[in-house]
Design a binder for this molecule. Structure first.
Ligand code: HEC
Length: 179
């Protein structure tokens, strides 16, 4: 009889021991520590515009320099048909509603002597750099509120770049392209 009890007692003891060891072993093996920082870092570019800005109206024309390098003056000549009602492009050409545009790139604002420009245009001052022409042709009235040039503006970046490339070609020695 006591032999039976010993066996039973022994078995229970062994089972308990195994359970204890298993628990201990599992703790050692699957030891987890809280992470010091999150593993998935979502990359956000420095200075990226906040999401809320998406869908807002574009603030102005695209920078002209990169577009100009690839622009085609031949296409620009076609785009310039939209200007021909008011402007001539040939050297010494007559002024129409607007001034002749030969040599406009790099020239001063109001580059034709004797043409009666608006004060609105003249007070923008400086020279017709690629950048200034880009802004003016994108939105004449926004650039020079009160200008006599009643033209809505050329919003398509490629067309504007081609047109400016064409205007550049209208010179005895065209201005260098931007780097
Ligand atoms: C409805 C007539 C009209 C159209 C169309 C027009 N312009 Fe003009 N443009 C004018 C007038 C008028 C002025 C003088 C503006 C002022 O004094 O405010 C002018 C001025 C300019 C000037 C400044 C000239 C200078 O000597 O400073 C540029 C550059 C110019 N226009 C380019 C263009 C181009 C390029 C187009 C075609 C995309 C165009 N314009 C379409 C009437 C027009």
């Amino acid at each position: 009889m006591s032999m039976e009890w010993n066996k039973i007692f022994g078995a229970v003891l062994l089972a308990g021991l195994i359970a204890m060891l298993a628990g201990f072993a599992s703790k050692v093996l699957v030891h987890s520590k809280p992470l010091e920082k999150s593993v998935y870092v979502i990359a956000t570019p420095e200075g990226a515009a906040p999401a809320a800005d998406k869908g807002a109206a574009p603030a102005g024309p695209a920078p002209i320099a990169p577009l100009l390098v690839a622009a085609s003056p031949e296409n620009g000549e076609k785009v310039a048909k939209a200007c021909a009602a008011c402007h001539s492009f040939n050297k010494g050409g007559a002024n129409k509603v607007g001034p002749n545009l030969y040599g406009i790139v790099g020239g001063p604002k109001g580059h034709i002597q004797g043409f009666s420009y608006s004060d609105a245009l003249l007070k923008t001052e400086g020279a017709w750099t690629y950048d200034e022409l880009n802004k003016f042709l994108y939105d004449p009235k926004g650039y020079a509120p009160g200008t006599k040039m009643t033209y809505a503006g050329l919003k398509k970046d490629d067309d504007r770049a081609a047109l400016i490339a064409y205007l550049r070609s209208l010179a005895d020695s065209p201005q260098p392209l931007p780097q």
